[in-house]
Design a protein around this ligand. Structure first.
Ligand SMILES: CC(=O)c1csc(NC(=O)C2C[NH2+]C2)n1
Length: 129
């Protein structure tokens, strides 16, 4: 009902704000768009591709009703990058370093800025559905 829609709208604003800040951070440029599947065998190695612009689309399509569901997809971005770039060559190392920075920034923003009343209200909606 109306209250539920208010809660989910607040969640979308919170998640959109985080995602837009990540997209603007030049450290994370490699993560802003889907990896070009011309990349040799990317889809062989990575089962579930994810990127920041797809996160934003998912938010707009109301895919996430809890922060936890959003985090699961956001974590795919850096986890995929670590899996696809295991080697010692400088490009791999550079991507891995940015993947680790992305992981830490996502967690820090959520811990610092997530209103626990909002998250509790979202979990209640999830349980009621
Ligand atoms: C987003 C992501 O994980 C990504 C984009 S390019 C890339 N890796 C390379 O370009 C090659 C360097 N060793 C593979 N990884």
């Amino acid at each position: 009902e109306v209250q539920e829609e208010d809660v989910l709208r607040k969640l979308r604003l919170f998640l959109r704000n985080i995602t837009e800040r990540l997209i603007l951070d030049c450290r994370f440029k490699a993560f802003t768009k889907p990896v070009d599947i011309e990349e040799e065998n990317y889809l062989m190695v990575i089962k579930k591709p994810m990127d920041l612009s797809t996160l934003l689309t998912n938010i707009d399509e109301q895919k996430y009703i809890t922060v936890g569901k959003f985090m699961a997809d956001a974590d795919l971005i850096w986890k995929n990058a670590l899996d696809y770039n295991p080697d010692s060559d400088p490009m791999d190392r550079s991507i891995r370093r940015r993947a680790c920075a992305l992981k830490d920034v996502i967690r820090t923003i959520i811990r610092d800025e997530l209103n626990e009343d909002l998250e509790r209200a979202c979990e209640e909606i999830r349980e009621s559905r």
